[in-house]
Design a protein around this ligand. Structure first.
Ligand SMILES: *[C@@H]1O[C@H](CO)[C@@H](O)[C@H](O)[C@H]1NC(C)=O
Length: 162
C-alpha cells in the first residue's frame, strides 16, 4: 500500500504544480513569493531548498489559493480512481473508487528531491504518512482460486504507522 501512496502523492503534486503554473501564466500579477518560498536555480543546495519549499507550501496550497484560481485540494473530490493490479500472479485485483473524497495530501513528506533546471527535470521521493479515501468502491479479481467481486461504501485509511 505504500507504493500506492507514493503514486498518489506524486500524481497529486504534479497536478497541483501544473495548476499553479497555468493559473500563474494567465494572471501575471501573482508572484510565487506570495504563496510559496522560491529557490534559485544556481543554489548549491537546490534539491534541499525545493524539498523544504514543498514541505512549507503544500499545506498552504491545500487550502486553496484564490489569486491563482486554485481550489482547495485537501480534501479532494475525485470522480474515479482505478487501481488495476490484475495479472498472471496468484493475487490480482482491480479496485475502483467512484466519487471519492481524498484526505491527507497536505501531510506529504518528501524524503528527497532531485531537480535539474536546465533539463526541466523534477523527481520526488515522498510518502504520505496518512491517506484516507472515502467513497463508493467496486472490486473484481481473485485471490488464488477464489474469485472476488464486490461493491459498496468504503472508508479506506492507509497509514505508515500501526
Ligand atoms: C525513497 O526514500 C526512502 C526513505 O529515505 C528510501 O528508503 C528509498 O530507498 C527511496 N526510494 C527511491 C526510489 O529512491
Amino acid at each position: 500500500m505504500m507504493e500506492v501512496c507514493r503514486v498518489f502523492s506524486v500524481a497529486i503534486v504534479c497536478v497541483c504544480l501544473a495548476a499553479v503554473t497555468s493559473a500563474a501564466s494567465k494572471n501575471n500579477r501573482v508572484r510565487v513569493g506570495d504563496f510559496a518560498s522560491a529557490c534559485k536555480a544556481n543554489d548549491p543546495e537546490l534539491n534541499e531548498c525545493v524539498r523544504q519549499a514543498i514541505i512549507t507550501t503544500i499545506p498552504k496550497m491545500a487550502k486553496g489559493v484564490r489569486d491563482l484560481g486554485l481550489i482547495p485540494f485537501d480534501p479532494l473530490k475525485v470522480p474515479q480512481v482505478v487501481i488495476d493490479q490484475r495479472g498472471n500472479g496468484p493475487v490480482g485485483l482491480k479496485l475502483t473508487f467512484v466519487n471519492s473524497e481524498h484526505v491527507g495530501v497536505s501531510g506529504l513528506a518528501p524524503h528527497s528531491v532531485k531537480v535539474v533546471p536546465e533539463r526541466m527535470y523534477f523527481e520526488i521521493n515522498s510518502t504520505l504518512p496518512k491517506y484516507r479515501i472515502i467513497g463508493d468502491y467496486e472490486v473484481e479479481g481473485r485471490i488464488l482460486l477464489l474469485p472476488l467481486i464486490g461493491n459498496g461504501p468504503s472508508d479506506f485509511t492507509m497509514s505508515a504507522y500501526f
